[in-house]
Ligand binder design. Structure first.
Ligand code: 2IT
Length: 446
């Protein structure tokens, strides 16, 4: 493949889309050698085809707030690739949502979903609507308006959305109710549902749990363990919560969590009822972490800073894209950090990743480390199809197996001559192969 030309065309075709270009460039650079060694991919123009989403849907959402004022927001669904299964991916409600962030997330999702071993294509959706400060009724009306339009494009065998930033079980419930009202079907069209109407055990914890299972495999690969490790986590939402919960169980010491307002330093460790309190904080939807230090006065709140300035062995970004930049990477490396487990989608900037890798710090990309969330969504889809539910242990065991298999695939395609594991390369190549081969076998369709 002619990387230079592909990149030039990509930039020309996607102006003002820095996130999409960042995500695509990372994949292209890491699969280049592999694609060049396997000419069939060029013959079938697989790379060029993968760079164009199969469909981008943009729609208008109007809704009425509690004071009777009418608002207009934009909604999106990017259906990136359906080669190995129905489009699958979350819905994000956040002011940063635009066609660029949706495209990057859908693109990443295709590779991530391929890694899970389950039959799921890649998609992503959302709205620039900001849930912060909205009442429950406003959330419900917004979700209903959103689904009134989205339902035209989704279905249990077509496209199966789920939650993401700003969309939890409550919002999935509101959207599911509206889908059902319009279509008159109780089907597995969304995942992340509540337990008593089709949800799966472990789904709420799955992204965080999966990321820590992946970390365990990374540690094992270096004959290391969690014992005595100090850990900084960013975010305090669903993903951070699952990670902290699993770390507590396995004996890793989390000394920091964070929010958009700053970070909490809790030298005693975020454990016990403090972990439950993270849920309460999220439920307030004020999007600030500071109240933790009021409730637990031994902890400190450091306003306006990121937890990457702390001396920790392991850093786990769990918040949002590009939350860990080159300066943060330098600071972490200078402080002796040995593992960075990117659990947010594209949580690290490209230069931060290069820097960490140049220092031989073990770096897991989000596509691999956070795949446990969507993998468990895949398990929810399976249970819905079979019209039964698995026990907690069953789901957890499957999740564990999936994360181990993703790690093995990273080792297979990412181990370098000096033994360093380039997880980015490994994940991108392994994710690419399955989708690319499926596209070839299905002829020139998309
Ligand atoms: O980024 C992600 O993988 C998710 N938000 C989960 C998607 C899903 O379909 O469960």
């Amino acid at each position: 493949m002619d990387l230079k030309k592909i990149l030039a065309d990509l930039e020309a075709n996607n102006p003002a889309q820095p996130l999409y270009l960042q995500a695509a460039k990372e994949v292209l650079e890491t699969i280049e050698d592999f694609v060049n060694k396997n000419p069939k991919y060029d013959k079938y123009a697989i790379v060029e085809r993968l760079l164009e989403p199969e469909r981008i849907i943009q729609f208008k959402i109007t809704w009425v707030d509690d004071n009777g004022k009418i608002h207009v927001n934009r909604g999106y669904r990017v259906q990136h690739n359906m080669a190995i299964g129905p489009y699958k991916g979350g819905i994000r409600f956040h002011p940063s949502v635009n066609v660029d962030s949706m495209k990057f997330l859908a693109f990443e999702q295709t590779f991530k979903n391929s890694l899970t071993t389950l039959p799921m294509g890649g998609g992503k959706g959302g709205s620039d609507f900001d849930p912060q400060g909205k009442s429950e009724n406003e959330m419900m009306r917004f979700c209903q308006s959103f689904m009134t339009e989205l339902q035209k494009y989704i279905g249990p065998e077509t496209d199966v959305p789920a939650g993401d930033i700003g969309v939890g079980a409550r919002e999935v419930g509101f959207m599911y109710g509206q889908y059902k009202r319009i279509r008159d079907e109780h089907v597995g069209v969304l995942t992340g549902k509540s337990l008593n109407w089709g949800g799966s055990l472990i789904r709420p914890e799955a992204t965080g749990f999966g990321s820590i299972y992946f970390l365990q495999a990374m540690l094992k690969a270096k004959k290391d363990s969690l014992k005595g490790k100090k850990i900084a986590v960013s975010g305090f939402g669903n993903v951070a919560w699952g990670a902290v919960l699993k770390l507590e169980e396995l004996g890793g010491k989390v000394i920091a969590i964070s929010g958009p307002d700053g970070y909490i330093l809790d030298e005693d460790g975020v454990t016990g009822d403090k972990v439950d309190y993270m849920r309460e904080l999220l439920a307030t939807r004020n999007n600030v972490v500071a109240p933790y230090a009021t409730k637990y006065p031994k902890a400190k709140f450091i306003a306006g800073k990121k937890p990457w300035e702390l001396k920790v062995d392991i850093a786990i970004p769990c918040a949002i894209q590009n939350e860990l930049n080159l300066d943060d990477a330098k600071q972490l490396a200078a402080n002796g950090c040995q593992y960075v487990v990117e659990t947010s989608n594209m949580g690290c900037t490209a230069d931060a990743i290069y820097y960490l890798q140049s220092k031989k710090i073990s770096f897991a990309p989000g596509k691999a480390a956070n795949a446990g969330g969507v993998a468990t969504s895949g398990l929810e889809m399976t249970q819905n199809s079979m019209k039964l539910s698995w026990r907690r242990e069953e789901v957890d065991e499957k999740l564990h197996q999936i994360m181990s298999s993703i790690h093995e695939n990273c080792l297979k395609y990412g181990t370098e001559k000096d033994g360093y594991i380039n997880y980015v390369k490994g994940a991108n190549i392994a994710g690419f192969i399955k989708v690319a081969d499926a596209m070839i076998e299905q002829g020139v369709a998309y």
